[in-house]
Ligand binder design. Structure first.
Ligand SMILES: Cc1ncc(COP(=O)(O)O)c(C=O)c1O
Length: 377
């Protein structure tokens, strides 16, 4: 038996869809599928402006370029995140400030954000870990009081909600990833979200190499030219067509992920009751998209032994993340201890979760997790 940690869902009839795009002769971005996906996301999730991009990383870079900030200004983000969240801050000439996380949701702790706000703070970046919403009410309140922007790193969180509002559209800006490991994918891709018209029109310019090409395409100007600093963040038509096909099967993908997540919870609950592990928590304000399934073990040693045990049984698992404040490059930005981040990062283990994970394989995973603990007792 060989069970991967994740496996991208490939939409039905995708080859015919891609053949059609290739036959159309239009392969560059901002064409038919790109516009349709943007409209579809706007409608389904209630976002005012969606701009597809080449990656979640690039959406984050774009959002940091839109901050009206200067060198030395600070952006607060969790240390428990992917490197892209912090790289985007640095690439805009700003300073990342790492906050601790909540030990239940593994999302940024509003109390720790409060500790870290200084006169130089310009933005807070909540990362909705595993697709579970950060405590956005407290974060938005802090941001309002301090005149700060909230940029959601919603890389994990397409379709998840906070108090009924879709994540990505709760702060001033939001960033999705469509990387091959995400619920909805086109291999590599992303989306930038905002409900603010002026941020959206500048984002269109940055995405198009600093030109007003988007306005030209809409017939607003009669030629296009260089009007601002920019980059090349437009998603190609081939990838946008793949994404469109994925989004058309979004309900099916979500249904499958939810049933696997619920299976894990139901079958691992007895082990949690015995104090052998901690299951993930979804607070009442959040509706998850079941992006990841993780367990937290009592120690790093037990986590590593379980990982090796499952690997021997052909089951892939993974850690998450090496905390940025302890990484070789990120440690220079550390400000004090982040004890919850340190503990969670050394005790967390992700189990396989993808739409095509069959029930026989799920049963096999549970059997092996139980087998491991049986051997320990
Ligand atoms: C929290 C987080 N932010 C940003 C990214 C970057 O997304 P991408 O891989 O699409 O560049 C990831 C990718 O996995 C992520 O997990």
């Amino acid at each position: 038996m060989k069970i991967p940690l994740s496996k991208p869902y490939v939409p039905k009839n995708i080859l015919a869809t891609l053949e059609k795009v290739i036959g159309s002769g239009v392969l560059h971005g901002n064409a038919g599928s790109c516009v349709r996906v943007e409209e579809l996301m706007e409608e389904r999730f209630g976002f005012k402006h969606v701009l597809l991009t080449t990656s979640g990383t690039h959406s984050l870079e774009l959002s940091m370029m839109l901050l009206d900030a200067h060198e030395g200004d600070e952006v607060i983000l969790p240390s428990f995140t992917f490197v892209s969240t912090a790289n985007a801050v640095l690439r805009a000439g700003l300073t990342p400030v790492f906050a601790d996380i909540d030990d239940k949701t593994l999302d940024i702790s509003p109390d720790d954000v409060t500790r870290l706000i200084t006169p130089r703070t310009r933005a807070i970046v909540p990362v909705h870990y595993a697709g579970v919403a950060c405590e956005m009410g407290s974060l938005l309140k802090l941001a309002n009081e301090g005149g700060l922007m909230v940029i959601e790193d919603a890389a994990h969180a397409i379709g998840s909600t906070y108090k009924g509002r879709f994540l990505g559209g709760v702060g001033q800006m939001g960033c999705f990833s469509f990387h091959g490991t995400k619920n909805v994918t086109c291999g590599e891709g992303g989306a930038f979200i905002t409900n603010d018209d002026s941020l959206a029109s500048r984002a269109e310019i940055i995405r198009e190499k600093g030109t007003n090409r988007a306005q030209f395409m809409k017939g607003i100007v009669d030629k296009y030219t260089w009007v601002d600093i920019g980059s090349s963040y437009v998603l190609s038509e081939i990838l946008a067509a793949f994404l469109e096909a994925e989004l058309n099967e979004f309900d099916f993908i979500q249904e499958r992920r939810k049933s696997i997540y619920v299976f894990y919870i139901d079958h691992l609950r007895p082990l949690e009751k015995e104090g052998l592990l901690q299951l993930p928590v979804i607070p009442s304000y959040a509706e998850s998209n079941y992006h990841l399934f993780h367990i937290i073990l009592p120690s790093e040693e037990i986590r590593n032994k379980l990982m090796a045990y499952l690997r021997n049984a052909g089951i892939d698992t993974a850690f998450h993340y090496v905390p940025l404040h302890t990484s070789p490059f990120g440690s220079r930005f550390a400000r004090g201890e982040l004890p919850v981040t340190d503990r969670i990062a050394s005790c967390l283990l992700r189990l396989p979760l993808y739409p095509e994970l069959e029930s026989s394989k799920l049963a096999y995973i549970i059997e092996n997790v139980r087998g491991f603990f049986g051997g320990l007792i």
